[in-house]
Design a protein around this ligand. Structure first.
Ligand SMILES: [Zn+2]
Length: 313
């Protein structure tokens, strides 16, 4: 359907926008893992757009180490970044990397997946992840080749060995380290998956939670707000957001994103009720609620997505 396709292109464009508004000097240089709880490490993605320098490393990635095995949550934005992640894990433990858990299909989370697939990891994802990858991977690969250069060489779509359905959480044990994988109804995207690490009471939220960097809507604004209500009930002590610091307090960390998305929905509903067209709204848009990085292009794109969704209410 045309509006959906346009929205997808807009979201991709948002992810790929060329201006690195909030690059933090020095942040993209060394590959550093932060241990946020015993056996739970996070690679904090930089708040930049894709570039050859960051090799697509703009999303947070997590590693969970059990007594028998290691699980990796999201594979990074390129095979080059994934190889660095693999080396960083190997420097830390020789336990086998048995599982790659993909939180959704966006390029900063999946373009390195082939590296872990070839290393023997089983791949887990939302039941709808395979079709999302089939749909989008070719355009993501072309964009990454252009934006990252050699870092994206070898990126391939991967099979999803263990699909997770909405309403049917799956358990996975790394050896004294049980995890729960949960698939969600359409929110940030139509294939969002979260991981709960019981041992550390940590929720790894993927892009169902953005901190610091403006949330991007590629699924449903109304759906995302509803999913956040349910997410808030997850009994976690902390969260690893898809973008933002390596960890934050839970459920307090939901507040800034909720504030932004609720204000966006309210502003767009007001505009629709008063008969303002989308172009009139975009010509004089209300600013994003809250302090966000990389909002210049993404806020108007979110407004467009919200308008197209809410005009049919
Ligand atoms: Zn995403």
């Amino acid at each position: 359907m045309a509006p959906k396709a346009a929205q997808r292109r807009a979201v991709l464009a948002g992810l790929l926008a060329a201006t690195a508004v909030a690059a933090v000097p020095g942040q993209s240089a060394p590959f550093a893992l932060v241990e946020i709880a015993p056996g739970l490490l996070v690679y904090p993605g930089v708040h930049e757009d894709f570039s050859p320098t960051n090799r697509g490393g703009i999303a947070n990635l997590a590693i969970i180490i059990g007594d028998d095995a290691v699980a990796v949550v999201d594979a990074g934005g390129s095979p080059a970044q994934a190889r660095e992640l693999l080396a960083a894990i190997r420097a830390r433990t020789d336990r086998p990397i048995r599982h790659l858990l993909l939180t959704h299909h966006h390029p900063d989370h999946v373009m390195g997946a082939v590296v872990f697939h070839k290393a023997g990891a089983r791949i887990w994802g939302h039941l709808r992840l395979p079709s999302a990858l089939a749909d989008r991977f070719p355009s993501y690969r072309a964009a990454m080749d252009r934006l990252l250069g050699p870092a994206s060489v070898g990126a391939e779509p991967v099979p999803v060995d263990e699909p997770v359905a909405v309403g049917q959480p799956r358990a996975l044990d790394l050896g004294g380290r049980p995890l729960e994988l949960r698939a969600w109804p359409t929110a940030h995207t139509d294939c969002d998956l979260t991981v709960f690490d019981h041992a550390s009471r940590t929720l790894i939220a993927g892009d169902l939670l953005f901190l610091e960097r403006l949330p991007v809507i590629d699924g449903s604004l109304v759906g995302w707000l509803a999913v956040m209500d349910e997410l808030a009930r997850v009994p976690a002590a902390r969260v690893v957001p898809g973008h933002g610091p390596p960890a934050a307090s839970w459920p307090e960390a939901l507040a800034p994103q909720r504030h932004y998305l609720e204000a966006l929905a309210a502003a767009v509903r007001r505009a629709i009720r008063s008969g303002r067209t989308l172009s009139a709204l975009l010509a004089d848009p209300p600013p994003p609620a809250g302090d966000w990085l990389l909002s210049t292009d993404n806020h108007p794109r979110n407004m467009t997505a919200a308008y197209k969704e809410l005009e049919w209410e």
